[in-house]
Ligand binder design. Structure first.
Ligand code: FES
Length: 186
């Protein structure tokens, strides 16, 4: 069975084959690697063998595990000072989730449709980011930022996290933030 593509900015998500021209350009600029979704934790609904493309950036400390409170997001910029993101302990297992419950995730806060500001759109009861204030897209934070409803067609870029002792680090981005070209400029 062939894998179904995932909609995602900067993603070529069909088992590693058939990378688009855009992704080749992106790969040349940012040293992409592919990650099997199965290795990222719970991600129900994706086809077997599906992969995400990840851009690696410098590791950056973003929070302490012990300071996180379920449903209370923290905000940080990564991989540049003008790229805002949210870090949150969802309280339910999520694709790519960190920690004992695999429920700690981080996502970029630029809507993938037209760059709407999602910084006030987190819905803790639903584990959703949205609706976007511009055209009402909502994204599922338990499933790698997939679009639930609205005008966007691409998933929200997910920040790859690592845990070292009590410290949470950002180490890469799965996808491209809205407006990013893959060459380090917006
Ligand atoms: S900018 Fe977010 S839905 Fe259009």
């Amino acid at each position: 069975m062939s894998a179904e593509p995932i909609q995602g900015r900067g993603c070529s998500c069909s088992g590693g084959a058939g990378i688009s021209r855009r992704d080749f350009l992106f790969a040349g600029a940012l040293a992409l690697s592919s990650i099997p979704l199965a290795a990222l934790g719970a991600a129900a609904g994706f086809a077997p063998g599906t992969v995400l493309l990840k851009a690696a950036y410098a590791r950056q400390r973003i929070a302490s595990l012990s300071q996180l409170v379920t449903g209370m997001p923290l905000y940080f910029d990564y991989p540049r000072p003008d790229l805002p993101n949210l870090l949150v302990k969802l309280g339910t297992a999520a694709g790519g989730g960190l920690g004992a419950q695999r429920d700690i995730v981080a996502f970029n806060l630029r809507c993938t449709h037209m760059g709407g500001d999602l910084s006030r759109a987190f819905q803790p009861a639903q584990q959703v980011l949205g609706p976007c204030p511009r055209h009402l897209t909502s994204f599922d934070l338990t499933r790698h930022g997939l679009v639930i409803t609205g005008s966007a067609t691409e998933s929200l870029p997910q920040i790859e996290l690592e845990l070292d002792g009590d410290t949470i680090y950002a180490v890469g981005v799965m996808g491209l933030a809205y407006g990013e070209t893959g060459t380090g400029s917006a």
